[in-house]
Structure formats: structure tokens, C-alpha cells
Design a protein around this ligand. Structure first.
Ligand SMILES: NC(=O)c1ccc[n+]([C@@H]2O[C@H](COP(=O)([O-])OP(=O)(O)OC[C@H]3O[C@@H](n4cnc5c(N)ncnc54)[C@H](O)[C@@H]3O)[C@@H](O)[C@H]2O)c1
Ligand SMILES: [Zn+2]
Length: 360
């Protein structure tokens, strides 16, 4: 099966992102091929390690992996400190390579350890969730949460190589898989009608995790993320479009205390709300709104929004706004594949959009 290669350039150089089935069956030779020579340390988490440890045997270098506890709670400084201890015990030097083998939590925490230990080690990302394959493994943002908020401590540390192997997704729980797929739908809505249509047309093969169908899908998303991360820092507009569905999505996560929705699920609701807002302004065609609600319906159920209050969601969006210097930028779809960023959305419009997703 074909492997798709993208090259992401950044201030300090560039790195390849490879997408293809079976890529991780031979990680050792793959590193050698990319001239990544050095002691390797694998960082992973128990659910991933239980299922996929066989794939990492040739890069363990006689050491067990550094396993961090599973889940978002583990994305914190004490976990990073434990990783430093593990790296120290191995007496690794600056020529070492850290391999992040897991979802976004592992990638972000392992990446932050790699960014900071001995002022920076090389990093290879091998993402194992759909979300991390289409989003978090690319771009070099690494970090952890503080009690005060998510991703409050971090760094930019570009990986040396990213391997996205859809075979790894075979064991991913359906709900996690679906959550990642909402982010893929997001890329379609913001900038690629063909991607949106591809997902619609292949939805059952996608849910069957057919690697041949997933490879081009993941590659398309990676390409879009790469374009955005490679764009000039000042090109805020492009970067902002990635936030489609996230203004309402972040608010839903916050007001449910990060317990009810997976991130992608909250974004799913956020996309529906933003699209409904556009439709109400008369700037999003009815047939595109239908196509979006249809695909969302076909993807399966989202956790209920029952009991969540519109006033709390509006407050949460207001505090998000403070973070972004006072203006609430809202990404609105104009048609599938095209968006516009506006900053004149009124509370009345937001309430109407929240009603569409069952929040009053
Ligand atoms: N750095 C970035 O640019 C960026 C971008 C987006 C999101 N993120 C971060 O990513 C994190 C979320 O990532 P995520 O959605 O991958 O969550 P995650 O890493 O928590 O993984 C989700 C669950 O799936 C399990 N899992 C992972 N791979 C598996 C596999 N192949 N088989 C079976 N189980 C598997 C994990 O153990 C976990 O329980 C958040 O912390 C978010 O802040 C970072
Ligand atoms: Zn997101």
C-alpha cells in the first residue's frame, strides 16, 4: 500500500510526515532511513502498550518503555518530572531520541519532556489516535496542563519524524475514533469540499477502519494542518479557521467540567451551532446545512446536552474572549469548504445557535 509523504518546514528546518498502513511494523529501519541514529526511549501509556508493544520492540534498546498513566489528568508537570527521572536513569545524552507512542496526551507530554530535557532531544511522534494523527502530532506544539487551565505550559518543539499508521487505529475505542473524525469533518467544512464528500461517501469503510480508506483521509487532514502551521505566524486568519466549532466546543467542555464530552464531540456540537448561526444569517446554503447535519447524524450519537445552560455557555465564551484580547472571533461557514471569520456575533445569535444543539 502506498505511503504518502508530506514535508513540514519550520524556522529550524523541516520534517517528514509519513502516512500509510503498516508503517509502524518496522520502526527501527524507518528511523535509520531518516538518519535518526541514537539511543531511543519510547514513551507510551498502558492501553496503547498492551495492544501495540510488538511494534516498538526494535527501538526499545533493551529498556522498558516509559509508561505514563492514561488520560488527560496525566498531562501534567509531575508526569513530565517522572519522564525526566526515567531519562536520567538511562544516562541518555543529547544525541538521544524520544519516541512518543500514543494519543495526544502522550505526544504532548513526551514532546514537552523532549523539548526541555538537556535543553532538547530529538522527537519522533507515532500517534495512535485519529485525533493525534490528524491534528496534535503535527505542528510541534507540546506541553501540559496546569490546575489553572489546559495547555498552560508548553513549547514549540518540532518533531524529526511523524509516522501515522492507520493500522494502529484498529484497537481505538469507537467513541475515541468518532471524536477524531469530527476534527476531520472540520477540515472538510473549513477548506475542502472534496474531503467532506470523501468522508460522506466512505463513512462505513471509515468506521470499519479500512486502512486503505483512512490513509488518504488522514493525509488530507495532515496536509491542511501542515499548511496552517507553515503559514506565516502573522497569518492569523488561516490559523483561526482551524478554530471552527471550537468557540462553542470549548465552552461546552468547560461548563461540563471536561467530564461529559470528548474534545472532538464538543467540537461536533460547536460545528453544528456555528453552521446554524450562519444559516440563520442567510449566508450558509440550506443544502450544505442539510449535508452537515446528515453526516453528523450518520456518524452516531453525541452525549446529550441536557441540563447545560445557555447563560453558562455564554459566560464561558466571554472568558475565552478575554484570553484572545477582547474580541470573540467566530468562524462561520459560507458554504462547505469555505469559511469566514467574523467578530460581530451577538449574544442573541449565540443563544439561537445554542438552542439548535439543545441548550437553553
Ligand atoms: N499539540 C497539539 O497541537 C494538540 C492539538 C490537538 C489536541 N492536543 C491534545 O491532545 C490531547 C487529546 O488527544 P487524544 O484525543 O489522542 O486523547 P488521548 O491521548 O487521551 O487518547 C484517548 C484514549 O485512547 C487511548 N488510546 C490511544 N491510542 C489507542 C489505540 N491505538 N488503541 C486503543 N486505545 C488507544 C488512550 O489510552 C486514551 O485512553 C489533549 O490533551 C489535547 O490538548 C494537542
Ligand atoms: Zn480541536
Amino acid at each position: 500500500m502506498a505511503v504518502i509523504r508530506l514535508d513540514v518546514t519550520h524556522a529550524g528546518g523541516s520534517y517528514p510526515v509519513l502516512i500509510g498502513a503498516a508503517l509502524t511494523r518496522q520502526v527501527g529501519p524507518m528511523l535509520a532511513e531518516h538518519r535518526l541514529v541514537g539511543t531511543t526511549t519510547v514513551v507510551s501509556c498502558p492501553p496503547v502498550w498492551r495492544q501495540h508493544s510488538a511494534r516498538m520492540q526494535d527501538v526499545l534498546g533493551g529498556h522498558p518503555p516509559l509508561l505514563i498513566p492514561d488520560g488527560e489528568k496525566a498531562k501534567q508537570l509531575t508526569t513530565v518530572a517522572r519522564l525526566y527521572d526515567g531519562l536520567f536513569e538511562r544516562r541518555i545524552d543529547r544525541s538521544a531520541i524520544v519516541i512518543g507512542f500514543g494519543g495526544g496526551v502522550v505526544g504532548d507530554a513526551a514532546g514537552f519532556a523532549a523539548a526541555t530535557y538537556l535543553r532538547g532531544l530529538r522527537l519522533v511522534q507515532i500517534p495512535t489516535t485519529l485525533l493525534s494523527q490528524v491534528d496534535s502530532a503535527i505542528g510541534g506544539k507540546v506541553g501540559v496542563n496546569l490546575p489553572a487551565g489546559k495547555n498552560m505550559v508548553g513549547a514549540f518543539h518540532a518533531p524529526s519524524l511523524v509516522l501515522c499508521d492507520p493500522e494502529l487505529l484498529a484497537t481505538l475505542p469507537r467513541r475515541e475514533f468518532r471524536a477524531g473524525l469530527y476534527e476531520a469533518v472540520k477540515y472538510g467544512v473549513i477548506s475542502s469540499r472534496p474531503l467532506f464528500d470523501y468522508i460522506s461517501a466512505h463513512l462505513s469503510a471509515i468506521f470499519n477502519k479500512d486502512p486503505e480508506v483512512l490513509t488518504p483521509l488522514i493525509a488530507d487532514c495532515c496536509r491542511m494542518k501542515a499548511v496552517v502551521v507553515m503559514a506565516d505566524e502573522r497569518e492569523q486568519g488561516l490559523r483561526r479557521t482551524l478554530n471552527f466549532g471550537h468557540t462553542v466546543g470549548h465552552a461546552l467542555e468547560a461548563i461540563s467540567r471536561y467530564r461529559r464530552f470528548l474534545h472532538g464531540e464538543a467540537v461536533g456540537y460547536g460545528m453544528l451551532a456555528a453552521a446554524a448561526l450562519s444559516a440563520r444569517r442567510g449566508i450558509f446554503p440550506a443544502e450544505d446545512m442539510d449535508a452537515l447535519t446528515t453526516i453528523m447524524g450518520r456518524m452516531g450519537p453525541l452525549p446529550s446536552t441536557a441540563g447545560l445552560k445557555a447563560s453558562d455557555a455564554l459566560d464561558a465564551m466571554q472568558s475565552d474572549k478575554k484570553v484572545s484580547k477582547g474580541t470573540l472571533h467566530f468562524v462561520l461557514p459560507i458554504r462547505l469548504g469555505v469559511t469566514s471569520v467574523v467578530s460581530d456575533v451577538t449574544p442573541k445569535e449565540l443563544r439561537a445557535a445554542l438552542r439548535i444543539i439543545g441548550i437553553r
